[in-house]
Write a protein that binds this ligand. Structure first.
Ligand SMILES: O=C(O)CNC(=O)[C@H](CS)NC(=O)CCC(=O)C(=O)O
Length: 293
Protein backbone atom coordinates (compact mmCIF):
# COMPACT_ATOMS: atom_id res chain seq x y z
CA UNK A 1 0.00 0.00 0.00
CA UNK A 2 1.48 3.32 -1.06
CA UNK A 3 0.93 5.51 1.97
CA UNK A 4 3.27 8.19 0.58
CA UNK A 5 0.69 9.44 -1.90
CA UNK A 6 -1.36 12.49 -1.03
CA UNK A 7 -4.99 12.81 -2.07
CA UNK A 8 -7.80 15.34 -1.88
CA UNK A 9 -10.69 14.65 0.51
CA UNK A 10 -13.99 16.52 0.29
CA UNK A 11 -16.79 16.83 2.83
CA UNK A 12 -20.21 17.39 1.32
CA UNK A 13 -22.33 19.48 3.67
CA UNK A 14 -26.04 18.96 3.06
CA UNK A 15 -29.38 20.25 4.23
CA UNK A 16 -31.41 17.10 3.65
CA UNK A 17 -35.16 17.43 3.39
CA UNK A 18 -37.98 14.95 3.83
CA UNK A 19 -37.83 13.14 0.49
CA UNK A 20 -35.06 10.92 -0.91
CA UNK A 21 -35.16 12.13 -4.52
CA UNK A 22 -34.35 15.83 -4.05
CA UNK A 23 -31.79 14.84 -1.41
CA UNK A 24 -30.02 12.61 -3.93
CA UNK A 25 -30.03 15.52 -6.41
CA UNK A 26 -28.51 17.82 -3.80
CA UNK A 27 -25.86 15.25 -2.80
CA UNK A 28 -25.00 14.35 -6.40
CA UNK A 29 -24.56 17.98 -7.44
CA UNK A 30 -22.12 18.61 -4.60
CA UNK A 31 -20.23 15.33 -5.12
CA UNK A 32 -19.74 16.26 -8.79
CA UNK A 33 -18.43 19.66 -7.72
CA UNK A 34 -15.98 17.97 -5.31
CA UNK A 35 -14.75 15.55 -7.98
CA UNK A 36 -14.34 18.44 -10.43
CA UNK A 37 -12.06 20.08 -7.85
CA UNK A 38 -9.92 16.95 -7.69
CA UNK A 39 -11.34 15.03 -4.73
CA UNK A 40 -10.79 11.29 -4.82
CA UNK A 41 -12.41 10.64 -1.42
CA UNK A 42 -15.81 12.25 -0.82
CA UNK A 43 -18.05 11.93 2.23
CA UNK A 44 -21.72 12.87 2.66
CA UNK A 45 -23.44 13.41 6.05
CA UNK A 46 -25.55 11.15 8.25
CA UNK A 47 -29.02 10.45 6.80
CA UNK A 48 -28.13 11.80 3.37
CA UNK A 49 -31.33 10.30 1.98
CA UNK A 50 -33.93 11.58 4.43
CA UNK A 51 -34.14 13.92 7.41
CA UNK A 52 -37.40 12.58 8.78
CA UNK A 53 -38.33 12.04 12.41
CA UNK A 54 -42.06 11.35 11.89
CA UNK A 55 -42.30 7.58 12.14
CA UNK A 56 -45.17 7.09 9.69
CA UNK A 57 -43.58 9.28 7.01
CA UNK A 58 -40.17 7.77 7.61
CA UNK A 59 -41.42 4.24 7.12
CA UNK A 60 -43.40 5.23 4.04
CA UNK A 61 -40.16 6.20 2.28
CA UNK A 62 -37.79 3.63 3.78
CA UNK A 63 -36.45 0.99 1.43
CA UNK A 64 -34.33 -2.06 2.08
CA UNK A 65 -30.71 -1.81 0.99
CA UNK A 66 -31.44 -3.80 -2.19
CA UNK A 67 -34.31 -1.51 -3.23
CA UNK A 68 -32.91 1.86 -2.18
CA UNK A 69 -32.69 4.30 -5.09
CA UNK A 70 -30.32 6.64 -3.25
CA UNK A 71 -27.78 3.86 -2.73
CA UNK A 72 -28.07 2.84 -6.39
CA UNK A 73 -27.64 6.48 -7.45
CA UNK A 74 -24.57 6.97 -5.27
CA UNK A 75 -23.02 3.73 -6.58
CA UNK A 76 -23.50 4.91 -10.17
CA UNK A 77 -21.98 8.26 -9.29
CA UNK A 78 -18.89 6.76 -7.61
CA UNK A 79 -18.32 4.63 -10.71
CA UNK A 80 -18.87 7.52 -13.12
CA UNK A 81 -16.50 9.83 -11.22
CA UNK A 82 -14.00 7.13 -10.26
CA UNK A 83 -13.94 8.14 -6.58
CA UNK A 84 -14.17 6.53 -3.18
CA UNK A 85 -17.53 7.69 -1.86
CA UNK A 86 -18.43 7.40 1.80
CA UNK A 87 -22.20 7.84 1.95
CA UNK A 88 -22.25 9.03 5.56
CA UNK A 89 -25.45 7.20 6.17
CA UNK A 90 -28.73 6.19 4.66
CA UNK A 91 -31.88 5.42 6.61
CA UNK A 92 -32.82 1.93 5.41
CA UNK A 93 -35.50 -0.60 6.30
CA UNK A 94 -34.06 -3.36 8.49
CA UNK A 95 -37.18 -5.12 9.83
CA UNK A 96 -40.90 -4.30 9.52
CA UNK A 97 -40.58 -2.33 12.78
CA UNK A 98 -37.10 -0.88 12.60
CA UNK A 99 -34.83 1.11 10.35
CA UNK A 100 -31.06 1.04 10.39
CA UNK A 101 -28.70 4.02 10.17
CA UNK A 102 -26.08 2.60 7.77
CA UNK A 103 -22.88 4.11 6.39
CA UNK A 104 -21.37 2.86 3.12
CA UNK A 105 -17.94 2.96 1.56
CA UNK A 106 -18.36 2.70 -2.22
CA UNK A 107 -15.31 2.14 -4.42
CA UNK A 108 -14.48 3.67 -7.83
CA UNK A 109 -15.94 0.54 -9.44
CA UNK A 110 -19.31 1.28 -7.83
CA UNK A 111 -18.97 -1.74 -5.57
CA UNK A 112 -19.88 -1.54 -1.89
CA UNK A 113 -16.55 -2.04 -0.10
CA UNK A 114 -17.88 -1.77 3.46
CA UNK A 115 -21.00 -0.97 5.48
CA UNK A 116 -21.36 0.13 9.09
CA UNK A 117 -24.53 0.33 11.21
CA UNK A 118 -24.54 3.12 13.82
CA UNK A 119 -23.91 1.57 17.23
CA UNK A 120 -24.84 4.33 19.69
CA UNK A 121 -28.43 5.55 19.59
CA UNK A 122 -29.10 9.24 20.28
CA UNK A 123 -31.73 8.94 23.02
CA UNK A 124 -31.50 12.18 24.96
CA UNK A 125 -33.50 15.07 26.39
CA UNK A 126 -31.74 18.33 25.69
CA UNK A 127 -34.11 20.59 27.61
CA UNK A 128 -36.35 23.29 26.16
CA UNK A 129 -38.62 20.57 24.74
CA UNK A 130 -35.86 19.16 22.49
CA UNK A 131 -35.83 15.36 22.75
CA UNK A 132 -34.51 12.55 20.58
CA UNK A 133 -35.33 8.83 20.68
CA UNK A 134 -33.34 7.37 17.83
CA UNK A 135 -33.85 3.84 19.19
CA UNK A 136 -37.62 4.15 18.72
CA UNK A 137 -37.17 3.95 14.93
CA UNK A 138 -33.68 2.50 14.50
CA UNK A 139 -32.01 -0.71 15.62
CA UNK A 140 -28.40 -0.26 16.66
CA UNK A 141 -25.45 -2.03 15.06
CA UNK A 142 -23.22 -4.24 17.16
CA UNK A 143 -20.02 -4.34 15.13
CA UNK A 144 -17.23 -1.82 14.68
CA UNK A 145 -15.98 -1.71 11.09
CA UNK A 146 -12.55 -1.09 9.65
CA UNK A 147 -11.81 -1.24 5.92
CA UNK A 148 -9.12 -0.27 3.43
CA UNK A 149 -8.67 2.85 1.37
CA UNK A 150 -5.81 3.08 -1.15
CA UNK A 151 -4.10 5.47 1.30
CA UNK A 152 -4.51 3.55 4.57
CA UNK A 153 -7.13 1.92 6.77
CA UNK A 154 -10.47 3.57 7.51
CA UNK A 155 -12.56 3.19 10.67
CA UNK A 156 -16.24 3.96 10.12
CA UNK A 157 -18.50 5.60 12.73
CA UNK A 158 -21.55 7.92 12.76
CA UNK A 159 -22.43 11.10 14.68
CA UNK A 160 -23.30 10.33 18.33
CA UNK A 161 -20.66 7.54 18.25
CA UNK A 162 -18.11 10.37 18.58
CA UNK A 163 -18.91 10.54 22.31
CA UNK A 164 -17.62 7.00 22.90
CA UNK A 165 -13.82 7.24 22.68
CA UNK A 166 -13.25 3.50 23.26
CA UNK A 167 -14.71 2.80 19.81
CA UNK A 168 -12.14 5.08 18.16
CA UNK A 169 -9.28 3.67 20.22
CA UNK A 170 -10.28 0.17 19.11
CA UNK A 171 -10.34 1.29 15.47
CA UNK A 172 -6.93 2.97 15.80
CA UNK A 173 -5.49 -0.13 17.47
CA UNK A 174 -6.90 -2.18 14.58
CA UNK A 175 -4.83 -0.02 12.22
CA UNK A 176 -7.04 2.92 11.22
CA UNK A 177 -5.35 6.04 9.87
CA UNK A 178 -8.66 7.64 8.93
CA UNK A 179 -11.83 7.92 11.01
CA UNK A 180 -15.17 8.95 9.53
CA UNK A 181 -17.85 10.70 11.61
CA UNK A 182 -20.64 11.78 9.22
CA UNK A 183 -23.15 13.66 11.34
CA UNK A 184 -26.41 15.47 11.93
CA UNK A 185 -25.43 17.21 15.17
CA UNK A 186 -27.90 19.38 17.00
CA UNK A 187 -27.16 23.09 17.04
CA UNK A 188 -27.07 23.18 20.83
CA UNK A 189 -24.64 20.29 21.37
CA UNK A 190 -22.65 21.23 18.28
CA UNK A 191 -21.92 24.72 19.59
CA UNK A 192 -20.71 23.26 22.87
CA UNK A 193 -18.94 20.05 21.81
CA UNK A 194 -18.48 19.44 18.04
CA UNK A 195 -14.99 20.78 17.41
CA UNK A 196 -13.62 19.57 20.74
CA UNK A 197 -14.87 15.99 20.35
CA UNK A 198 -13.67 15.61 16.76
CA UNK A 199 -10.26 17.15 17.45
CA UNK A 200 -9.86 14.97 20.55
CA UNK A 201 -10.60 11.78 18.58
CA UNK A 202 -7.98 12.87 16.00
CA UNK A 203 -5.33 13.82 18.55
CA UNK A 204 -5.68 10.90 20.95
CA UNK A 205 -5.59 8.34 18.11
CA UNK A 206 -3.19 10.05 15.70
CA UNK A 207 -5.75 9.79 12.91
CA UNK A 208 -7.33 12.02 10.29
CA UNK A 209 -10.99 12.67 11.14
CA UNK A 210 -13.51 13.28 8.35
CA UNK A 211 -16.87 14.66 9.45
CA UNK A 212 -19.38 15.79 6.81
CA UNK A 213 -22.37 17.41 8.48
CA UNK A 214 -25.99 18.29 7.96
CA UNK A 215 -26.49 22.06 8.27
CA UNK A 216 -29.20 24.61 8.80
CA UNK A 217 -32.96 24.57 9.15
CA UNK A 218 -34.45 21.41 7.63
CA UNK A 219 -37.94 20.76 6.25
CA UNK A 220 -38.85 18.87 9.42
CA UNK A 221 -37.99 22.06 11.38
CA UNK A 222 -34.88 20.53 12.87
CA UNK A 223 -31.83 22.73 12.99
CA UNK A 224 -28.43 21.09 12.60
CA UNK A 225 -25.00 22.50 13.38
CA UNK A 226 -23.09 22.17 10.12
CA UNK A 227 -19.35 23.03 10.36
CA UNK A 228 -18.24 19.95 8.39
CA UNK A 229 -14.64 19.28 9.42
CA UNK A 230 -11.44 17.71 8.21
CA UNK A 231 -8.97 17.34 11.10
CA UNK A 232 -5.40 16.08 10.78
CA UNK A 233 -3.67 13.72 13.29
CA UNK A 234 -2.10 16.69 15.11
CA UNK A 235 -5.58 18.13 15.73
CA UNK A 236 -5.28 20.90 13.16
CA UNK A 237 -8.51 21.77 11.35
CA UNK A 238 -7.65 21.54 7.63
CA UNK A 239 -11.09 22.52 6.34
CA UNK A 240 -14.35 23.69 7.86
CA UNK A 241 -17.83 24.32 6.49
CA UNK A 242 -20.19 27.10 7.49
CA UNK A 243 -23.05 26.87 9.94
CA UNK A 244 -26.12 26.94 7.75
CA UNK A 245 -25.63 26.29 4.03
CA UNK A 246 -24.97 23.20 1.92
CA UNK A 247 -21.61 23.17 0.13
CA UNK A 248 -18.27 21.42 0.00
CA UNK A 249 -14.96 21.78 1.81
CA UNK A 250 -11.75 20.14 0.66
CA UNK A 251 -8.24 19.49 1.91
CA UNK A 252 -5.13 17.78 0.63
CA UNK A 253 -4.43 14.78 2.84
CA UNK A 254 -0.87 13.61 3.49
CA UNK A 255 -1.15 10.15 5.07
CA UNK A 256 2.48 10.41 6.29
CA UNK A 257 1.19 12.83 8.95
CA UNK A 258 -0.22 9.83 10.82
CA UNK A 259 3.22 8.35 11.48
CA UNK A 260 4.69 11.77 12.24
CA UNK A 261 2.04 12.63 14.84
CA UNK A 262 2.31 9.19 16.49
CA UNK A 263 6.10 9.41 16.59
CA UNK A 264 5.98 12.84 18.22
CA UNK A 265 3.36 11.83 20.80
CA UNK A 266 3.35 8.00 21.13
CA UNK A 267 0.27 7.87 23.38
CA UNK A 268 -1.21 5.01 21.36
CA UNK A 269 1.77 2.87 22.41
CA UNK A 270 1.87 4.15 25.96
CA UNK A 271 -1.70 3.09 26.77
CA UNK A 272 -1.76 0.59 29.63
CA UNK A 273 -4.56 -1.41 31.19
CA UNK A 274 -5.10 -0.64 34.83
CA UNK A 275 -7.32 -1.61 37.72
CA UNK A 276 -9.17 0.93 39.79
CA UNK A 277 -9.15 1.36 43.54
CA UNK A 278 -12.32 2.72 45.08
CA UNK A 279 -10.87 4.94 47.76
CA UNK A 280 -14.06 5.13 49.77
CA UNK A 281 -14.53 1.35 49.83
CA UNK A 282 -10.88 0.97 50.79
CA UNK A 283 -11.15 3.39 53.72
CA UNK A 284 -14.43 1.79 54.91
CA UNK A 285 -12.59 -1.49 54.92
CA UNK A 286 -9.72 -0.01 56.98
CA UNK A 287 -12.24 1.42 59.43
CA UNK A 288 -13.89 -2.00 59.81
CA UNK A 289 -10.55 -3.66 60.34
CA UNK A 290 -9.63 -1.10 62.99
CA UNK A 291 -13.04 -1.44 64.65
CA UNK A 292 -12.73 -5.16 65.00
CA UNK A 293 -9.17 -5.06 66.28
O1 LIG B 1 -32.92 11.19 12.87
C1 LIG B 1 -32.49 11.78 11.88
O2 LIG B 1 -33.22 12.37 11.06
C2 LIG B 1 -31.04 11.81 11.64
N1 LIG B 1 -30.26 11.31 12.71
C3 LIG B 1 -29.80 12.13 13.62
O3 LIG B 1 -30.03 13.30 13.58
C4 LIG B 1 -28.97 11.54 14.73
C5 LIG B 1 -29.85 10.70 15.60
S1 LIG B 1 -31.31 11.54 16.16
N2 LIG B 1 -28.37 12.62 15.43
C6 LIG B 1 -27.37 12.48 16.29
O4 LIG B 1 -26.86 11.39 16.54
C7 LIG B 1 -26.92 13.78 16.93
C8 LIG B 1 -25.83 13.62 17.97
C9 LIG B 1 -25.58 14.90 18.66
O5 LIG B 1 -26.05 15.95 18.29
C10 LIG B 1 -24.72 14.88 19.85
O6 LIG B 1 -24.05 13.87 20.16
O7 LIG B 1 -24.66 15.93 20.52
Amino acid sequence: MDTETTFIAAMVQMRAGLLPEPNLDQGARLIREAAAQGASFVQTPEVSNMMQTNRVALFEHLRSEDDDRSLAGYRDLARELGIHLNVGSLALQATPEKAVNRSFLIGPSGDILARYDKIHMFDIDLGGGESYRESANYQPGETAVITDLPWGRLGMTICYDVRFPALYRALAEAGASFLTVPSAFTKKTGEAHWHTLLRARAIENGCFVFAAAQAGLHENNRETFGHSLIVDPWGTVLAEGGGTEPGIVLATIDPAKVATARKTVPSLQHGRRFSIVDHKAASDHLHLVRGSA
